[in-house]
Design a protein around this ligand. Structure first.
Ligand SMILES: [Mg+2]
Length: 234
């Protein structure tokens, strides 16, 4: 029986796509909405795909209704572009991740899943390029809610459907590279693990008081202890 539900973020945590998704999105948002601004002034880290779209297009003067009306078309074009861009040559698994997820997947006391702002088909395209989909049967995605803080209970619900165990509190472990990964776990009392393998500086992550902090996933022993709660007195 698994005792920990381990929820991995994707971008900056499991992989870097080296700009593949941003390019796919940039082309799609211009084509679908006629957007002509500069996306480089935005930091997308930790935000959900729908949230990014509302942030960018809202600032350009579009109403929520105007944005929502064309979202299906945006995702269609984005995914077609991403399928071309997210190649195995371009998408890289971050240091330490391959060994870590491989070890976790072999443990009977751990259930692995995703918690990501990516819409699910986009998440699956990125992970396919890194050959990581086989480790993650389910997850909670940006296509489930634009609010990242809505995603942990969705992941917990899917986990209980998956193996009939209802995870709660510190047994839900959220691993990510941004302040939003940490913040989304706090209301639920989840264990939060920050890894500074993305674009967010270590100091910025530490200021959010995650339960555990790592500069990369290369410290497999330390991460395993943090994930399994072996270093906690409570
Ligand atoms: Mg991330």
């Amino acid at each position: 029986m698994p005792c920990r539900l381990v929820l991995f973020d994707i971008d900056g945590t499991l992989i870097t796509d080296r700009g593949a998704a941003r390019e796919a999105y940039d082309t799609a948002i211009r084509e679908v909405y006629g957007y002509s601004g500069d996306l480089h002034r935005y930091d997308f880290s930790g935000r959900t795909d729908p949230q990014i779209t509302h942030m960018v297009l809202g600032a350009a003067g579009l109403s929520d209704d105007e944005i929502d009306a064309c979202l299906p078309r945006l995702w269609e074009i984005y995914l077609a572009n991403l399928a071309r861009n997210a190649t195995p040559e371009r998408v890289q698994t971050l240091p330490g991740i391959a060994d870590l997820v491989d070890e976790l997947s072999g443990r009977s006391d751990v259930l692995l899943a995703l918690l990501t702002g990516n819409i699910e088909p986009g998440a699956r395209l990125k992970l396919a390029a890194a050959d990581l989909n086989r480790y993650f049967s389910f997850g909670a995605f940006g296509s489930d809610s634009p609010r990242r803080e809505d995603l942990p209970p969705i992941a917990v619900e899917r986990a209980s459907a998956f193996d009939r165990h209802r995870f709660s509190g510190r047994d839900v472990v959220i691993i990510g590279d941004t302040i939003y990964d940490i913040r989304c776990g706090n209301p639920y009392g989840a264990t939060t693990i920050a890894i500074a393998s993305g674009k967010t500086a270590a100091d910025t992550l530490l200021a959010e008081n995650p339960h555990h902090f790592f500069s990369s996933a290369a410290d497999r022993g330390g991460l395993l202890a943090a994930i399994l709660g072996h270093d906690e007195s409570s």
